[in-house]
Design a protein around this ligand. Structure first.
Ligand code: ATP
Ligand code: MG
Length: 773
């Protein structure tokens, strides 16, 4: 390898270089704050390994997102050439495990093309399992009686559920049970263990859940990890093969490693292990991650070396100082860090009050336009801006306003795949797989059958009944009803409708077998007319999906992990089926994991994303919007209390800290004062934890009267707003809060968000309602 005075080391500071060059046979832990160059140092470490003669094929780097993976590959490629960088395995935990599980599926009791369940499917399976478990256990009245006083106990929950079959309550309980299942899975607890601890219903739910997945030839997202661990534990030859394949391991964002993922690392890693992370940025505890990983690492790898980095290279001094002030309010911190930066002080952080969400959008849009037009370099100006929010739902309004105001944007995250029309197309794709599960057939019928809700419900229930009595899959029962002569209760029109649905599903199946997935559009155009009027601009959404599919299929060969199993597994004429399979895996991944959009190529776009998904990334200008109480920190029944010192409040604070530290130069935080129902909203408590002298306050947050009540709405029209000399705000000529009605394109969307705000729709909430039924 031709690397003389290693150029890649030149840009590093002393402690970074020390870390990058330290004995590669000694496990290394880099623990440092945001923007201190952890990821950069990890890349340098990877280059050191290459320089020492390690074959690129033997290096496995775990990153947090697929985007981070391709960025890392690019950076390494720039220095050593793409031929070498292509050989590297750079992957997320989940895609690494997905590949491993597919390769050894038969050892796990699955077929090689098993389904991967995303959140929506997992939730349905949990509901099903809960129903079965309750039916089994509820008669066990003696077991019940002893626990009835314990409101938290699952048995008591069960009792309440039976007494209270209302669907909202079910939704809530389903979320709890899903959390329970997730918890058991990430902790590696078996039904037997749960049963031994006296929780009979819990054990039954878990058992039924596992049976359901086995019967459907499916794995959920946690299974991918835990099945991989089981595989490596049970099959020594596989473990040896893996250890031989990957002799060097590097893990970024180590603080978000769950217990199961850690077990996997322990199995794979012999000694050449590098982990980098920041305990203050641990924000995935709902996914089973906890920053205990650092303690385990220290205990398990006694010989390790530990490096701290203190200098922040990313952000202005103002941002670095304000962020570290905020995080100091967390009591449970492993160690205090003393971050500093040699960067300029920069502009003060704008703290902007807006009357409502429309005014908030207007402020962001106007500021973006001013900002972009003041940029003279040929840097992709829109691409250097991000809008971060706590919940996906907040991003919706921005999407429609951005579209109307012609601001190019990329949406990261799952919101797109939650759109109704997209779900239906996905349902169709699922239903086209030979081993379609009932959930998706039902969904496809709901999507394609033209009729009112009550009629569709009746049809689905009827087919369900028949499927149960015939003990056959849902699709087969539907086929029997609509295409054979078991007509029963249906009118001629209904039969005709049903037949059309079956024909569509068959057509997709044929297309999938023969041609490409792009043809799906024809089906939607033909049959899904009713869907296409329901969503905002559904045709462009469909186009987006098709682009995504196309991009996915094209990229697949050169993105992470694609080089092996998936492609090789598919025989030539099954190529398309395997592509669809892979695409649906990808969709499931996006539904449940932290995968970023494939549309990364559009660099000159504003990024709209959740705080969670912003991790590890950076932009010149960052807006944090809807910085209100009940938003950030988000109050959520299942998250426990948000009292001072509670772990969930601290996690919310870490999340806000992650969001703040994404900004290089400008940070603008916006909060709103009333919601669409005209209820008064309070600014986030985190804002009051920021040092006043670093803020450019544009609102009444620190006025005494703002603490309890809100000024009357009219009084909010802050015409004498005090803009400072910051170029980003001085150029705003009109008061962004006074927006004319015709500009107010967001109104219809807003009603939607009002409705959907009820169902928990946040990114951090992996069991958030997919709003399908
Ligand atoms: P996070 O915790 O947010 O993931 P990080 O610690 O991984 O942050 P990086 O993303 O590696 O930080 O680096 C942050 C920024 O600082 C990047 O733009 C990087 O190029 C720059 N940087 C890192 N080290 C140096 C250095 N020694 N000199 C100049 N710039 C640096
Ligand atoms: Mg990083």
């Amino acid at each position: 390898l031709m690397l003389d005075i290693p150029t890649y080391l030149l840009s590093l500071n002393e402690s970074q270089r020390d870390a990058a060059l330290s004995d590669t046979f000694k496990p290394l832990l880099i623990l440092a704050g945001p923007g201190s160059g952890k990821t950069s140092t990890m890349v340098a470490r990877l280059l050191t390994l290459l320089k020492e003669g390690v074959n690129a094929k033997n290096i496995l780097a775990m990153t947090f997102t697929t985007a981070a993976a391709s960025e890392m590959r690019e950076r390494v490629g720039a220095l050593v050439g793409s031929a070498v960088s292509k050989e590297l395995s750079i992957s997320t935990f989940h895609s690494f495990c997905l590949q491993l599980c597919r390769l050894h599926a038969e050892k796990l009791g699955r077929s090689a093309d098993f389904l991967v369940y995303g959140n929506g499917q997992q939730k349905r399976a949990v509901i099903e399992a809960t129903r079965l478990a309750l039916a089994e256990n509820i008669s066990d009245s003696t077991a019940m009686a002893s626990d009835l006083n314990n409101a938290e106990h699952p048995k008591c929950e069960a009792n309440n559920l039976i007494k209270n079959p209302n669907p909202i309550a079910w939704k809530d309980k389903a979320r709890k049970w899903q959390q329970f299942v997730t918890h058991c899975k990430s902790a590696g607890r078996t039904p037997q263990e749960i049963e031994n601890s006296g929780n009979l219903i819990g054990a039954a739910v878990l058992r039924h859940y596992e049976e359901t997945l086995a019967a459907c030839d499916a794995l959920d997202y946690h299974d991918l990890i835990s099945f991989s661990v089981t595989l490596l534990n049970k099959h020594h030859e596989v473990l040896e093969e893996c250890q031989k394949s990957w002799t060097c391991l590097l893990v970024d964002e180590f603080q978000d490693t769950s217990a199961m993922q850690y077990k996997l690392l322990q199995l794979l890693a012999k000694s050449r292990l590098t982990v980098v992370g920041d305990d203050d940025q641990s924000i995935f505890s709902f996914n089973g991650a906890n920053s205990c990983g650092f303690d385990w690492f220290r205990k398990d790898f006694l010989e390790h070396k530990e490096v701290r980095l203190h200098q922040n290279y990313r952000s202005t001094r103002c941002i670095v100082e304000a962020a570290s002030c905020l995080i100091r309010n967390n009591l449970n911190r492993c160690q205090t860090k003393q971050p500093f930066t040699a960067n300029a002080p920069g502009d003060r952080i704008v703290l902007r009050e807006c009357r409502n969400e429309d005014a908030q959008c207007a402020f962001v849009v106007d500021t973006i336009y001013t900002n972009v037009s003041s940029v003279t370099t040929d840097k992709p100006a829109f691409g250097e801006i991000a809008v971060l929010y706590r919940r996906q739902i907040t991003g919706r309004l921005f999407q429609s306003v951005f579209r109307a105001r012609k601001i190019p944007f990329n949406v990261h995250g799952v919101a797109f795949y939650r759109k109704k029309v997209i779900k239906y197309v996905i349902a169709l794709l699922w239903s086209s797989l030979a081993k379609c599960d009932d959930i998706y057939c039902k969904r496809a019928i709901k999507a394609l059958y033209a009729g009112d809700k009550a009629e569709i419900k009746k049809v689905v229930e009827y087919v369900e009944k028949l499927a149960n009595s015939m003990k056959c899959p849902f699709l087969q029962a539907a086929r029997n009803i609509f295409t054979a002569k078991i007509s029963g209760t249906f009118s001629r029109r209904q039969l005709c409708q049903g037949k059309k649905v079956i024909t569509s599903i068959d057509m997709v199946q044929r297309l999938v077998k023969k041609r490409t997935v792009f043809q799906t559009r024809a089906i939607v155009d033909e049959n899904g007319g009713k869907l296409l009027n329901e969503d905002d601009d559904p045709r462009s959404i469909l186009q987006y999906l098709l682009d995504d599919v196309r991009g996915f299929l094209c990229n697949r060969s050169n993105t992470e992990m694609a080089s092996t199993s998936e492609v090789e597994l598919s025989k030539p004429d099954e190529g398309c089926i395997s592509s669809i399979q892979a695409f649906l895996d990808y969709v499931s991944a996006r539904e449940s994991e932290n995968f970023r959009s494939m549309r990364e190529e559009n660099k000159n776009s504003v990024t709209l994303t959740t705080m969670h998904q912003s991790k590890g990334l950076e932009w010149d200008t960052v807006f944090i919007v809807k910085a209100n109480e009940f938003e950030t920190p988000l109050l959520h029944e299942t998250m426990g209390s948000v009292d001072e010192g509670s772990t969930s409040l601290e996690e919310e604070r870490r999340l806000f800290y992650v969001a703040m530290t994404r900004a290089r130069k400008k940070l603008l935080i916006v909060y709103v004062t009333v919601n669409p129902q005209r209820q008064v909203l309070q600014p986030s408590r985190f804002l009051k934890e920021l040092p006043r002298h670093l803020l450019d306050v544009q609102g009444s947050i620190f006025l005494p009267e703002s603490s309890g009540t809100c000024l009357p709405l009219e009084g909010r029209n802050s015409t004498n707003m005090n803009f400072n000399s910051d170029p980003i705000t001085t150029l705003i000529t009109k008061n962004p809060d006074s927006q004319s009605d015709e500009e107010n394109v967001a109104q219809p969307m807003q009603n939607m968000s009002r409705l959907e705000g009820v169902a928990s729709n946040n990114a951090a909430d992996p069991w958030a309602s997919p709003n399908m039924e």
